[in-house]
Design a protein around this ligand. Structure first.
Ligand code: NAD
Length: 284
């Protein structure tokens, strides 16, 4: 039978990921600082424990899916952190999007305890260990790609999200302009999606309420990927761009826009609410 998998952080992403593991027959030992988050997976058979150290006591493969760098540092190195009870040979897979330098720190701290840490927002770790992680990752994600040494998974993730943010803002301002010019939003989306302006934000995650079903824009921007988290990822991209002297003018503007949104009460709405934010700016 399969050995238990530990899971820390049962939010918008962690919940369905942990459910996938349960559905694939893995016993799951999980925790979250917000007890309400644990309810659904507990009902599906996961064992809920008090803190990350207890997870490490019961599982030697542990996945973390936490908001940002400080939460990951806390879950690993805090007073009730994973590293307090970690077993030699454990595999630690961090799927959070965090600063690549924190990933490297956690990898070094884990190595001291005889464990292997890898960043897997997209992937990471050494290739041999990647194979060990792949068994679990394929239960949770459709495309599992090896990127290189620790930190490169985070780098790929941060680059993707910078482009995603730029695309989402571009889609939102384009849709809004079209609406102001008298176009029906559904028709405009249909035209864009058969034309060269098409992108994921226009055809899969359209930000305009009523254009698509089953996306956050159709549900008052609840669930999905929080604006605060997007602001964080854009900040991470800015840090890496500064360190490498790379010009990222649109990424920088996108960062500022998502920060303004956080300050105006959009922090916990899905990041496609930038459409709503642009409409407010017009006084609508
Ligand atoms: P979320 O805020 O919905 O969930 C995070 C969970 O972690 C919450 O339930 C919170 O209570 C818990 N938590 C925080 N600190 C903790 C700690 N120290 N110990 C235990 N639990 C703790 O966030 P999310 O949308 O699931 O995103 C998680 C990570 O994945 C982020 O880094 C995000 O950038 C990234 N990500 C999100 C998406 C998305 O579409 N939502 C997609 C890809 C990557």
């Amino acid at each position: 039978s399969k050995t238990p998998v530990g899971f820390i952080g049962l939010g918008n992403m962690g919940n369905p990921m942990a459910k996938n593991l349960l559905n694939h027959g893995y016993p799951v030992v999980a925790t979250d600082v917000f007890p309400e988050s644990c309810k659904e997976v507990q009902e599906l058979g996961a064992q809920i424990v008090d803190n990350p150290a207890e997870v490490a006591d019961k599982a030697d493969r542990i996945i973390t899916m936490l908001p940002s760098s400080p939460n990951v540092i806390d879950a690993y190195t805090g007073p009730n952190g994973i590293l307090k009870k970690i077993k030699k040979g454990s595999l630690l897979i961090d799927s959070s999007t965090i600063d690549p330098s924190v990933s490297k720190e956690m990898a070094a701290a884990a190595e001291k305890m005889g464990a292997v840490f890898m960043d897997a927002p997209v992937s990471g770790g050494a290739e041999e260990e990647f194979t060990a992680a792949k068994e679990l990752l394929t239960c949770m994600g459709a495309n599992v790609v090896y990127c290189g040494q620790v930190g490169t998974g985070q780098a790929a993730k941060i680059c993707n999200n910078m482009l995603l943010a730029i695309g989402m803002i571009g889609t939102s301002e384009t849709m809004n302009l079209g609406i102001r010019l008298g176009l029906d939003p559904k028709l405009l989306a249909k035209i864009l999606n058969m034309s060269s302006g098409r992108c994921w934000s226009s055809d899969t995650y359209n930000p305009v309420p009523g254009v698509m079903e089953g996306v956050p824009s159709g549900n008052n921007y609840q669930g999905g990927f929080g604006t605060q988290l997007m602001a964080k990822d854009l900040g991470l991209a800015q840090n890496t761009a500064t360190n490498t002297k790379t010009p990222v003018p649109l990424g920088s503007l996108a960062h500022q826009m998502y920060r303004m949104m956080c300050a105006r009460g959009y922090a916990n709405k899905d990041f496609s609410s930038v459409f709503q934010f642009l409409r407010e700016e017009e006084g609508q």
